[in-house]
Design a protein around this ligand. Structure first.
Ligand SMILES: NC(=O)c1ccc[n+]([C@@H]2O[C@H](COP(=O)([O-])OP(=O)(O)OC[C@H]3O[C@@H](n4cnc5c(N)ncnc54)[C@H](OP(=O)(O)O)[C@@H]3O)[C@@H](O)[C@H]2O)c1
Length: 307
């Protein structure tokens, strides 16, 4: 019985130390050194090997990321549980990024940085936090800690999810029918949705048209959520004031890409949050212990929903 790790080698070396310390009975193999493939019971991957059938005794496929959109789930046998990463460093990193970007948009930092760099000194009236409504698309593991931190600033908060959620201090909307009401109340919109067939391309012209005039947009989920040309058009038309994007499609955007040059777009290179190397290995170990004792694992992906 062994675990196969297939992702960045430096991170894998840290995982190997944690596994050697905590589960010396479970050999840790670092791709491409698979050893005997019939011994592999667990895999921790960003993208799995092409031929999963070569590992006939595989019991669990762990994604080393919070999302599983990078996996082609149609190639993963139905009986094989796919487990995503739910890990404390991911949630706190994302909460910081969301707070930073919401504050930046609320306090009009893209405007002020452009203004002062361009030799100007223009000021705009200060908008109180209480009048800057912040809405988060997605009310999951990453969104909820971010909302908790945002609450400290006094922003009126709302959130939108697929199923009905109750989050203290947050006006919650659910499903396609309630999306227009949600969007109408977002001076800053933050996307923290998983990328699925339903959510791909959601940040588009139709959605931007439903936001209040001059709203700001943050995408810290996946580049595939955004229709880039629609964002540029909405910014150029003044419909949106600014956007902060941690993710793009493709990543990185090509050199001459309109997003890179746009004065109202701030780009970061997919750094909103990252799994803690050690804590991620510990989370997987805890899930393996649950699996081995017949208890439900944390973060099992619902294949029908796609997240
Ligand atoms: N930029 C980065 O560094 C970075 C880092 C980590 C993760 N991410 C991205 O963040 C995403 C979210 O992570 P998470 O852990 O918070 O996911 P999660 O716990 O699965 O939460 C997803 C939320 O989105 C909602 N949702 C899904 N499909 C929907 C739909 N069609 N309509 C409305 N709501 C929908 C879900 O609704 P229900 O509550 O009803 O299920 C849930 O509230 C990941 O999938 C990943 O792509 C980005």
């Amino acid at each position: 019985m062994a675990i196969l790790y297939k992702s960045e080698a430096r991170r894998g070396a840290e995982w190997a130390r944690v596994f050697a310390e905590k589960r010396p009975d479970l050999p840790f193999r670092l791709w491409p050194e698979t050893g005997d493939p019939t011994a592999i019971r667990y895999m921790a991957v960003w993208v799995p090997p092409d031929d999963l059938a070569a590992f006939p005794n595989l019991e669990v496929l762990f994604s080393i990321g919070a999302g599983v959109d990078q996996l082609d789930l149609s190639r993963v046998p139905d009986h094989l549980p796919v487990v995503r990463m739910i890990e404390p460093a991911l949630a706190s990193g994302m909460a910081e990024y969301v707070v930073w970007s919401v504050l930046s948009l609320h306090r009009r930092m893209p405007f002020y940085l452009r203004e002062t760099r361009g030799g100007g000194w223009g000021q705009q009236p200060l908008r109180e936090a209480e009048s800057c409504r912040v809405g988060v698309m997605g009310l999951g593991v990453l969104a909820q800690p971010a909302l908790e931190r945002l609450a400290a600033f006094g922003y009126p908060l709302s959130g939108w999810s697929r199923s009905r959620r109750t989050v203290p201090g947050v006006t919650c909307y659910a499903g396609a029918a309630e999306l227009p009401a949600f969007l109408a109340g977002c001076d800053v919109l933050v996307c923290l949705l998983p990328l699925t067939e339903e959510t791909r391309g959601m940040l588009n012209a139709d959605l931007f048209a439903q936001l209040p005039q001059g709203a700001g947009v943050v995408n810290a989920a996946r580049g595939g959520h955004l229709v880039q040309a629609d964002l540029i058009a909405a910014l150029d038309a003044g419909r949106l004031s600014a956007a902060i994007l941690d993710v793009t499609d493709p990543e990185p955007p090509p050199g001459g890409d309109a997003l890179r040059a746009h004065p109202q777009v701030w780009l970061t290179p997919h750094i909103a949050s990252m799994t803690g190397w050690r804590s991620a290995a510990e989370v997987v170990l805890a899930n393996i212990a649950r699996h081995e004792s017949g208890r439900p694992m944390d973060g099992v992906v619902d294949r029908a929903r796609g997240y």
